[in-house]
Write a protein that binds this ligand. Structure first.
Ligand code: NAD
Length: 386
């Protein structure tokens, strides 16, 4: 099987799908790896690094695509790139299958197999392939640093000859993978941290990081599904969470919001009044921006200032730490890729494997994952009934 790595096309992308340490392992296992010239430069990997790891370099993108059995990428390749792939070739990457399902149509038209890293089931067996968690870890870390470098304050409590500097107060909304990393990072810098999550299970993790968990009585409703994810809440339960958050962000220096519900628009966690009730000079970093944002005033990808409160809404923070992001992503991709290697090293799509089938958005011209299939199904006719 020939595994090909293109240079990412998105302007804000600095990651590459495979890093040299992972290429070395794949080559040792008998696969051949071809890297587009310059693909790793922004992540700190030269063509020579890839060659030393056993890959070959291809300068011509069209030739790289035409020769690929499996194209490993970070972002979804554009339709012109997909059209250049062989029928039966496969693509692995963040393909945005649930929020942009129409982006999968070129794969269906071309008979190209599409594996979306977002769809890899979050089971114990697939943990090594969990690229969402890898990238969320980086985003949570970087969110704190981006804000810390802009705040007019320091984070730690300092007792100096010139007097005492009180610690900064950080509130984290949503204590999943990104939120927990943000809490840990803010704590390491010396801030006082409070965190809220609708999943009670998050409370213990928050406290173990030395932060205070903000608890609210939601009347004993179910807040998480069997996979450990938050479920969509009733308007009443959402409002209780929002009221609690509004009270606690009033005197915060930094608020990091990460609340998301898979496949849905991000829940509204801070209404306009809550933002306006914050101190001038405070910052919000809204990591839910890619799914619409957690504040009423968030503009995804932009910076908004309201009453002296700055809302940052980055869309691709993981790409700003490209070396580690690429290395972790590459290991996730390689772990998944191993499920696709059949006899004699040939690309083999075994849809009886729950991880392969779960991540498969398109195979042989048809959608596979049921959520993707439902999103791509023609809308039921409305109007006259028969
Ligand atoms: P996510 O990005 O979908 O959501 C981020 C956080 O927002 C979650 O903690 C969620 O509970 C929270 N949230 C959603 N709606 C909210 C609301 N209205 N108010 C407050 N908080 C809200 O989730 P994630 O961070 O990718 O993962 C969340 C959890 O999923 C993990 O903590 C873990 O329990 C589970 N998980 C399991 C595995 C695995 O088993 N391999 C891997 C990753 C995550």
């Amino acid at each position: 099987m020939k595994v090909s790595i293109p240079k990412e096309a998105r302007a804000d992308e600095r990651r590459v799908a495979l890093a040299p340490d992972t290429v070395k392992k794949l080559v040792a296992s008998g696969l051949s790896v071809v890297v587009q010239s310059g693909a790793g430069l922004e992540a700190g990997f030269s063509d020579a690094d890839f060659t030393a790891a056993g890959a070959s370099i291809e300068a011509d993108r069209a030739a790289l695509l035409a020769g690929a059995d499996l194209l490993a990428c970070v972002n979804r390749p554009d339709p012109a790139d997909v059209a250049r792939l062989k029928k039966g070739a496969a693509v692995i990457g963040f393909l945005r299958p649930l929020d942009e399902p129409d982006g999968l149509r070129p794969f269906l038209d071309a008979g190209v197999t599409a594996f979306a890293m977002e769809l890899v089931p979050r089971t114990t067996r697939a943990q090594a392939m969990d690229a969402l968690s890898s990238m969320a870890t980086i985003a949570g870390y970087k969110a704190v640093l981006v804000a810390a470098s802009r705040l007019p304050k320091m984070f730690p409590l300092l007792m100096t000859a010139a007097g005492t500097v009180p610690p900064a107060k950080v509130v984290v909304v949503g204590a999943g993978v990104a939120g927990l990393m943000a809490i840990a990072t803010a704590r390491r810098l010396g801030a006082n941290v409070e965190a809220y999550d609708v999943r009670q299970a998050a409370g213990e993790e928050v406290r173990s990081l030395g932060a205070r968990f903000l608890d609210v009585d939601l009347g004993g409703i179910q807040t998480q599904d069997a996979g450990g994810y938050a479920v969509e809440l009733s308007p009443e339960a959402l409002k209780r969470g929002r009221d609690l958050v509004a009270k606690h962000v009033k005197d915060a220096d930094l608020v990091i919001t990460t609340a998301q519900v898979p496949g849905r628009k991000a829940p509204l966690m801070l209404e306009e009044d809550a933002v306006r009730g914050m101190k001038p000079g405070a910052f919000i970093v809204d990591l839910a921006a890619p799914t619409g944002g957690n504040t009423a005033l968030t503009k995804p990808g932009e910076e908004v200032v309201v009453n002296g409160v700055t809302i940052l809404a980055p869309l691709n923070l993981a790409a700003t730490v490209p070396l580690h992001a690429s290395q972790l992503y590459a290991r996730n991709v390689a772990a998944f890729l191993r499920l696709l290697v059949g006899e004699g090293g040939a690309l083999t799509v075994n849809l009886n494997d729950d991880v392969v089938a779960g991540a498969c958005a398109a195979y042989d011209g048809k959608p596979v994952n049921p959520r993707v299939a439902a999103l791509l199904a023609p809308a039921a006719p409305t109007g006259a009934s028969r």
